[in-house]
Design a protein around this ligand. Structure first.
Ligand SMILES: Nc1nc2c(c(=O)[nH]1)N[C@H]1C(S)=C(S)[C@@H](COP(=O)(O)O)O[C@H]1N2
Ligand SMILES: [Mo]
Length: 336
C-alpha cells in the first residue's frame, strides 16, 4: 500500500516529486515572498483576503498566490502527473470520445461569461458569474489522485474550494438530501452533443449527483484551476467537481447547475449502463467492473514506458480514513 499514515487525503508538495514547470512557478512564489522555504502556508498580507488574485489575461490566467492549506503529511511519495499529460489525456465526451479529442476540440470553448446557478431545496438560491467563481470562496490547492473507472489514474494539483462552502451559502433546508449537478448544454460549442457518434451515445446534458453528506465532506472540491492556472477547457473549465474517492466520471465538468434535491438524482453513466456504473461509484478494488478488473490501475506519470506503471488500487482511492464512515452500514457490492 502506498499510504501508511493516518490521514492520507491531501498529499503535500513535499510528498510529490515536482514537475519542473510547477516547480518553477513555486520558485516565483518564493521569490515574491508568498511561500516561506519551510512553510506551505502563503504568508502575504493578502493571503487571507479570501480569494486568489490572478493576472487578468483571461486566456491563461496564472494564479498569483495561493492560500495553501495542506493538512497532513505522510511518509509516502507520489509523483505528480505532468501538466502536459493532465491536459492532453482527457475524458470529456462532449468534445469527443478519444483521449486527445477534448484538447483538440475544446480550444474555442467560451467560459466567460458563465453562469452557475445554485437552486432547489435552499432558502437562498443564487447565481455565480465567471469572476465570482474565483472570488466568492477562499481558494486552496489540493493534490489528489484521480482514478478513472477505466483503470488508469493521475496525481493532479487542483485549485479550488470545498463544495460545502458553496452549499452552505445557499442555506439548504431539511429536504436537501442529495445534490444534482449539470454540465453546460451547448451543441454549437460541443460537437459530442450534436452527434451520437461523436458524443459516445451519452444523453446530454451530462448529469451527476452526490448524497448530501458526500457533498459536504471536506475532501469534495469545486475546482477552478490546476497546476496554478485556471482550468483548461478540456479539464472542465471554468468550474468542475473533484471527488477523489470516487471513479472519475463522478467529477463532472463545466458545471452550470447545482440543485439541492430530496431524491437521488439520475446520473449520466448510470443511465447509459446501470449494471456497469452505479450511483456511488466509490473506488473499490474488490468490486470489478463487469468487463474488467478494478484491482489495479495504470498510474500515468511521465511519458514512455513509465506511463505504464501498474499499481494496486486502494479502497476509496486511498481516502478511506476520511470517507469510509459515510458507508459503514452499506453493502458496497450492492451499492457499487
Ligand atoms: N461533463 C463531463 N464531465 C466529465 C466527463 C465527461 O465526459 N463529461 N468525463 C468524466 C470522466 S470519465 C473522467 S475520468 C474525468 C476526467 O477528468 P480529466 O480529463 O480532467 O482528467 O472527468 C469526468 N467528468
Ligand atoms: Mo473516467
Amino acid at each position: 500500500m502506498l499510504i501508511k499514515t493516518k490521514k492520507s487525503s491531501q498529499l503535500s508538495e513535499q510528498q510529490v516529486t515536482d514537475e519542473s514547470v510547477y516547480h518553477s512557478r513555486r520558485d516565483v512564489l518564493k521569490q515574491l515572498g508568498y511561500l516561506g522555504a519551510g512553510s506551505l502556508l502563503a504568508q502575504s498580507a493578502t493571503a487571507n483576503a479570501g480569494a486568489l488574485d490572478f493576472f487578468s489575461s483571461k486566456k491563461d490566467v496564472q494564479f498569483q498566490q495561493q492560500a495553501l492549506k495542506f493538512q497532513q503529511a505522510s511518509e509516502s511519495s507520489e509523483i505528480l502527473t505532468p501538466e502536459a499529460k493532465v491536459t492532453s489525456h482527457n475524458n470529456f465526451y462532449e468534445f469527443g470520445t478519444g483521449k486527445g479529442d477534448p484538447l483538440e476540440n475544446a480550444q474555442a470553448f467560451k467560459v466567460d461569461p458563465w453562469q452557475l446557478k445554485i437552486s432547489g431545496e435552499v432558502d437562498k438560491p443564487y447565481t455565480l458569474g465567471y469572476d465570482d467563481l474565483f472570488k466568492s470562496f477562499s481558494l486552496e490547492e489540493r493534490i489528489y489522485r484521480l482514478r478513472c473507472v477505466e483503470a488508469w489514474s493521475m496525481v493532479i494539483p487542483w485549485i479550488g474550494f470545498p463544495l460545502a462552502e458553496l452549499i452552505k451559502r445557499a442555506a439548504p433546508n431539511s429536504r436537501a438530501k442529495y445534490v444534482a449537478f449539470e454540465t453546460l448544454y451547448d451543441p454549437d460549442q460541443m460537437p459530442g452533443q450534436k452527434s451520437r457518434r461523436i458524443g459516445g451515445g451519452v444523453k446530454y446534458p451530462y448529469v451527476e449527483g452526490l448524497r448530501i453528506d458526500e457533498a459536504m465532506n471536506p475532501l469534495t472540491l469545486m475546482s477552478v484551476g490546476l497546476y496554478g492556472k485556471t482550468l483548461p477547457a478540456q479539464n472542465g473549465a471554468p468550474i468542475r467537481l473533484v471527488v477523489p474517492w470516487k471513479y472519475g466520471f463522478k467529477s463532472i465538468k463545466s458545471i452550470v447547475g447545482i440543485k439541492l434535491v430530496e431524491r437521488k438524482p439520475p446520473t449520466t453513466w448510470n443511465i447509459l449502463a446501470a449494471r456497469e456504473y452505479g450511483f456511488y461509484a466509490n473506488v473499490n478494488p474488490d468490486v470489478d467492473h463487469p468487463r474488467w478488473s478494478q484491482a489495479s490501475e495504470r498510474r500515468l506519470t511521465t511519458g514512455g514506458l513509465l506511463a505504464r506503471n501498474r499499481i494496486a488500487t486502494l479502497p476509496f482511492n486511498g481516502y478511506g480514513e476520511e470517507v469510509a464512515d459515510m458507508y459503514k452500514n452499506m453493502d458496497l457490492r450492492r451499492h457499487y
